[in-house]
Design a protein around this ligand. Structure first.
Ligand code: SAM
Ligand code: MG
Length: 214
C-alpha cells in the first residue's frame, strides 16, 4: 500500500535530522515541505514569530490545539524552561501516531503530553487530567471554525488568567473571520496582528496574538 504524507514527512526526519536535536527536526521538516511536499505546519516564516512569542512569554503551561505531525509542538517545546509542559491535542489517530515519533526523535517526550481527542471534549477535562489551573499560552491551529467556540469554552472553564496569551495561526488564510471579529472587539482582550505568509508560500497569512485581560 502507498505511504501517506505524514509517513513520508517522518521518514524525512529520520533520514535527515539528528536524534535529540529539535532544531534539526524542524529544519528537516521545513526542507521536506519546501522542496518535496507542502504540508500544513506553521512553517519556518510564521514559526519565527511563534518562537519569539513563546520566548517572550516564557510559559509554564502551554496548550496547543492541533498537533498534526508535531512540527509546531517541537518548535514550542524546544523553547520551554525546565519543568514547563506543553499539552497538545489531536483528534486524528494517524497524525497522532506520527507526531509521537517526531517528538521522540527530537527527544522532547518528557516535556509534552499529546492527548488524542476532540478539543471540545478535552478542554473541559484539562484541569482534572493534568492538574493545570490556567494556561499561560494557547496556540490555536486546529480547524478554523473551532477557534471561536473553543476560546469561549476555555473562558467558561476558567482556563485563562489575566495575562494568558492566545496565539492563533491562519487568521487570514484559510482565515478565521468570526474569531478575529470577536477577539479584536472584545474588551476582554488586547489583540495584535503579525503579518506573514501562509506556510511555504507567498500568500498573505498571519498570526493573531491576543492577551486575556480578565
Ligand atoms: N500545529 C501544527 C503545526 O504547525 O505543525 C499543524 C496543525 S494542522 C493545521 C491542524 C490539525 O488539527 C490537524 O491535524 C487536525 O486533525 C487537527 N484538528 C482539527 N480540529 C480538531 C479538533 N477539534 N480537535 C482536535 N484536533 C483537531
Ligand atoms: Mg496553521
Amino acid at each position: 500500500t502507498r505511504s501517506t504524507r505524514p509517513q513520508r514527512l517522518l521518514a524525512a526526519v529520520q533520514k535527515n535530522a539528528t536524534r535529540g536535536d529539535p532544531r534539526s527536526v524542524v529544519r528537516a521538516i521545513d526542507q521536506f515541505c519546501r522542496h518535496k511536499e507542502w504540508a500544513m505546519n506553521v512553517g519556518d516564516e510564521k514559526g519565527c514569530i511563534l518562537d519569539s512569542v513563546v520566548s517572550e512569554a516564557n510559559p509554564t503551561y502551554v496548550l496547543e490545539l492541533g498537533t498534526y505531525c508535531g512540527y509546531s509542538t517541537v518548535r514550542i517545546a524546544s523553547l520551554l524552561s525546565p519543568n514547563s509542559k506543553l499539552i497538545t491535542v489531536e483528534f486524528n489517530p494517524e497524525y497522532a501516531k506520527i507526531a509521537r515519533q517526531v517528538i521522540a526523535w527530537a527527544g522532547l517526550q518528557d516535556k509534552i503530553h499529546l492527548v488524542e481527542g476532540a478539543s471540545g471534549d478535552l478542554i473541559p477535562k484539562m484541569q482534572e487530567m493534568f492538574g493545570v489551573k490556567t494556561f499561560d499560552l494557547v496556540f490555536l491551529d486546529h480547524w478554523k471554525d473551532r477557534y471561536l467556540p473553543d476560546t469561549k469554552l476555555m473562558e467558561k472553564c476558567g482556563l485563562l488568567r489575566k495575562g494568558s496569551i492566545l496565539l492563533a495561526d491562519n487568521v487570514i488564510c484559510p482565515g478565521t473571520p468570526d474569531y478575529l471579529e470577536y477577539i479584536r472587539n472584545s474588551p476582554q482582550y488586547e489583540s495584535q496582528y503579525f503579518k506573514s505568509h501562509l506556510e511555504y508560500t507567498k500568500v498573505e497569512d498571519g498570526l493573531e496574538k491576543s492577551v486575556f485581560l480578565g
